[in-house]
Design a protein around this ligand. Structure first.
Ligand code: UDX
Ligand code: ADP
Length: 467
């Protein structure tokens, strides 16, 4: 059987990538039945919850799409085998964290979950299928998936495609609806080309054909890592300049504007911050470094590793600046953190700079109160447990989620802005100032607040990247 017409799609992994991506495919392709499966029953229950505010991930616009399609051609289930069996096309969107053990520890991607998926597909499939890798993977993963699927002995034929996802969290729905490009990598064989065409037809429901780029599998996989590495590199570059600005008296915003006006450089992704977070940038660069090392390209590896070293420096520099400004100690002092998510408009906290800043302050014995409109206290504690600096009890003793921003900042010696949530700008800053310890410091790690107004109220404002 040759797979040319796709009527049923299965997506393994109902996370930040699989959930929104499949919701949009279902929305744009009403004739295709899309089933998103996951081993995590709680996650699937949340996707199926009548109350759309309980969806497992927060993305502007997502609830509307789920409301429109769920139960019609979009389904969420834990019955992985059934969905695999029914589908002509299977997306793999499972997590690929950095390996935490053995060979490649701390650098290479852990492909355990991908491999389990491939084995499950191999076991269950009774007819030919197109398998699409959606998760970000190191170059040549498709080869590993292929090797597992080609040795089932069942006679079933598989085509493996790479179709990396470029959506950014917080703008996922918009990014999916208006993608700059869609990348589809496949084999340069007649069967491979047919599979590429089958997936192209799905995206062509809403993406102009000239924006659907067809490549070989390896180019597609490497393009994803390279795109993220270039984006992260821009942030580390501007963050390195922010340190120089603080020391020299320049203003990083003026510098960013001046260089961004050069159309060859462009103005996007030049916002200095406390450091980039999120599940992709660090992981993908580590992957790139690992791959380069494995080919003995040590200079290439060192070059990209520097992007991460600069990011780590930025996070600790920010926290240490708070400590030194507060007269070299924050022991016993209340420090209020506004923002915990790795960026605004998401509840995702993976690799968020906030946890590293909180951790350094807690090591200096601060009492940290954090407030984020979308992140729970349990999540904050889990992040600190992941860092493994102190016991869970100690973490719970020194980190609290404030009930609301005013309570969080009450009696604080300093406030640090770590995520650029819009609502922070509109707070009653006079009220906050009146209830704080004096001198009242604000460290704006995102440069979103009106600094001149705050200074008039009486705050001592430290603006990132401004000397
Ligand atoms: C990124 C890529 O943008 C996306 O294409 C890919 O599919 C997944 O990885 P994401 O991690 O969701 O997306 O968010 P992104 O908007 O790229 O932000 C990543 C981090 O960089 C955030 O912590 C953000 O605050 C920070 N950032 C971004 C800056 O510090 N400055 C900027 O100018 C831009
Ligand atoms: P991403 O940001 O890449 O989408 P997430 O961690 O948000 O990553 O989502 C990945 C999802 O994949 C998780 O919900 C996890 O339970 C699921 N998953 C991992 N392995 C399997 C598997 N073998 N079968 C089904 N679901 C899986």
């Amino acid at each position: 059987m040759k797979v040319t017409e796709v009527k049923n799609i299965c997506c393994i992994g109902a996370g930040y990538v699989g959930g929104p991506t499949m919701a949009i495919i279902a929305l744009k392709c009403p004739e295709i039945k899309v089933t998103v499966v996951d081993v995590n029953q709680n996650r699937i229950d949340a996707w199926n919850d009548e109350d759309l505010t309980k969806l497992p991930i927060y993305e502007p616009g997502l609830a509307d799409v789920v409301k429109e399609c769920r139960g019609k051609n979009l389904f969420f289930s834990v019955d992985v085998d059934k969905a695999i069996d029914e589908a002509e096309m299977i997306f793999i969107s499972v997590n690929t964290p950095t390996k935490s053990y053995g060979k490649g520890k701390g650098m290479g991607a852990d492909l355990k979950y991908i491999e389990l998926c491939a084995r499950q597909i191999a076991r269950v499939a009774k007819n030919d299928k197109i398998v699409v890798e959606k998760s970000t993977l190191p170059v040549r993963t498709a080869e590993a998936i292929k090797s597992i699927l080609d040795h089932t002995g069942s006679g079933v034929k598989f085509q493996i495609l790479s179709n990396p996802e470029f959506l950014a969290e917080g703008t996922a729905i918009e990014d999916l609806k208006n993608a700059d490009r869609v990348l589809i990598g496949g084999d340069d064989t007649p069967e491979g080309k047919d599979a590429i065409e089958a997936l192209t037809r799905i995206y062509a429901h809403w993406i102009p054909r000239e924006r659907i780029l067809q490549t070989n599998v390896w180019s597609s996989e490497l393009s994803k890592l390279t795109a993220n590495a270039f984006l992260a590199q821009r942030i580390s570059s501007i963050n390195s300049i922010s340190a120089l600005c603080e020391s020299s008296g320049a203003n990083v915003h003026e510098v960013a504007k001046a260089i961004g006006a050069d159309t060859r450089i462009g103005g996007k992704f030049l916002k200095p911050s406390v450091g980039f977070g999120g599940s992709c940038f660090q992981k993908d660069i580590l992957n790139l470094v690992y791959i380069a090392k494995s080919y003995n390209l040590h200079e290439v590896a060192n070059y990209w590793e520097q992007v991460i070293i600069m990011n780590d420096y930025q996070k600790s520099r920010f926290a240490e600046n708070i400590i030194s400004t507060l007269y070299n100690t924050v022991s016993g002092k209340k420090i209020a953190l506004l923002g915990w998510a790795f960026k605004k408009d998401t509840n995702d906290t993976r690799e968020t700079a906030s946890m590293f800043v909180a951790d350094i302050l807690m090591s200096d014995l601060a009492d940290v109160y954090a407030y984020d409109p979308q992140v729970t206290e349990e999540q904050m504690i889990n992040d600190l447990i992941y860092l493994n600096t102190r016991s869970e009890d100690e973490n719970r003793k020194h980190l609290h989620k404030g009930v609301d921003p005013y309570e969080t900042c009450k009696d604080a010696h300093a406030i640090a802005i770590l995520t650029e949530w819009d609502e922070f700008v509109g707070y009653d800053w006079k009220r906050i100032y009146e209830n704080m310890m004096k001198p009242a410091f604000i460290f704006d790690g995102r440069n979103i607040l009106p600094h001149d107004e705050l200074r008039k109220i009486g705050f001592l404002v430290k603006s990132l990247g401004v000397g």
